[in-house]
Design a protein around this ligand. Structure first.
Ligand SMILES: *Cc1c(COP(=O)(O)O)cnc(C)c1O
Length: 408
């Protein structure tokens, strides 16, 4: 645990809760791990920014030499604000409008299309242009069916059988296919399935000898539960190297670039979420710890049944060794508002601080104003250990800024 008790109490007092806190040191470490994964290969790492679009984190990631993926014009806009040049942004949307496609085309940002119909749309608005196509090789993986993004039961990518139609549309609009990409799903901890998916994906590349890159996707998992084993990155790298070397041997373009697009792996572990215990109560045999971390602040447990490790920091005595079985809940008016079910935690009382780990990915970015609650603030602990506000908490004014007032 890289956040000390005293620091947590200090931050909670200084900035209030709920509060997202990020460690610059951990973020940089994860960036470097990914960048150095395959030192011998022609690899580019695209951070998949949808996992966390905080401006200051993006600047650090840029400083580490990573490129970025964007899923929407909004992400492109924020990435440009963080200083990413257009040729370091890869737009991988699905089901976008012509206007959204033009947003990228006008900025010379390479776009990947996700269907024959979107390829057709792209060709019409940008004939002669460069494009990438996302394929779905029929193998998916992920921690929950909502985040499996390839395979026969998902909306993503172009089915492999449609390669002839892809070629027809490319020809019709004189498009240059510079890359193909895939993304199998999110949060795998076992490298076997990823390697299988990459192998099957690379067979598609044989159909397109002029490719400048192949993008083998993201999905690298981190352990959320204490008994989960880390993804064996060095083993994965070894296997991947074999597959890639074999692929390049057979591919006419020996300088072909291999892109990877990790999101979660880069940011998950650098973040913790702090909350405050506001009540402790018994309801028909269950002990509930009531906190200010509702699912408007962290939706993953409710949306994906995700497990997040939590800890109680006692405000008054830190040797609260007596534990009890509790369910930690938030302040949203829904019974599903459960952060952590049936956990053994130190006996807690109002005023204690609760810490939620691995809250750097798909956390703040999925927060909302449900129940007209304010989205939390974000703080960075820099390399010298100093804390700095990197996003303000919502205010009652920001909550209502889009209302049309004074209309009568
Ligand atoms: C979300 C996403 C990623 C990143 O997934 P992680 O599981 O966070 O690594 C990569 N590529 C695409 C196309 C995505 O949609």
């Amino acid at each position: 645990m890289h956040f000390e008790r005293d620091l947590i109490i200090k931050l909670a007092e200084k900035y209030g809760t709920p509060l997202y806190v990020y460690s610059e040191a951990v973020l940089r470490e994860r960036c470097r791990e990914m960048k150095n994964l395959l030192p011998g290969e022609n690899v580019r790492i695209n951070y998949s920014a949808k996992a966390n679009t905080n401006l200051d984190l993006l600047k650090i990631i840029k400083d580490e030499g990573l490129d970025v993926d964007a899923m929407s014009p909004g992400e492109i806009y924020i990435e440009q604000l963080a200083g990413f040049e257009n040729d370091r942004i890869f737009f991988i949307p699905n089901n976008v409008s012509e206007e959204e496609m033009k947003f990228a085309i006008e900025r010379d940002i390479l776009t990947s299309v996700d269907s024959l119909s979107q390829l057709e749309m792209f060709g019409k608005i940008n004939p002669g242009g460069k494009v990438a196509v996302r394929f779905n090789p029929g193998i998916g993986a992920g921690h929950h069916e909502k985040v499996v993004t390839a395979g026969e039961k998902t909306k993503f990518g172009v089915q492999m059988d449609f390669i002839p139609q892809v070629k027809d549309i490319l020809k019709k609009y004189n498009l240059k296919l510079v890359g193909i990409n895939q993304h199998m799903g999110s949060l795998f901890l076992d490298w076997h399935i990823y390697i299988e998916g990459v192998k099957s994906f690379l067979t598609i590349a044989k159909e397109f000898p002029e490719l400048e890159f192949v993008d083998i996707g993201g999905g690298f998992g981190v352990p959320y539960k204490p008994d989960e084993e880390r993804l064996d990155l060095s083993r994965l790298a070894k296997e991947l190297e074999i597959v890639i070397d074999r692929f390049i041997e057979q591919h006419p373009n020996k300088d072909i670039i291999i892109k990877m697009e990790p999101g979660r792996y880069i940011v998950a572990e650098c973040g913790v979420l702090l909350g405050t215990v506001h009540s402790v109560k018994q309801n028909y045999g269950t002990t509930y710890i009531g906190t200010d971390i509702g699912f408007n602040v962290l939706v993953r447990p409710v949306m994906y049944d995700s497990y997040h490790e939590v800890a109680i920091i006692k405000k008054n005595n830190d040797d609260g060794t007596e534990e009890e079985l509790v369910t930690v809940v938030g302040n949203i008016c829904e019974s599903g508002d459960i952060l952590a079910k049936d956990r053994m935690l130190p006996k807690s009382e109002p005023g204690d601080i609760i810490t939620v780990f691995n809250a750097g990915a798909y956390s703040y970015c999925m927060s909302s104003n449900y129940n007209s609650r304010l989205r939390p603030a974000e703080v960075l602990i820099d390399l010298e250990g100093k804390d700095r506000l990197i996003r303000k908490r919502d205010t009652l004014e920001s909550l209502t800024q889009n209302f049309i007032l004074d209309q009568d």
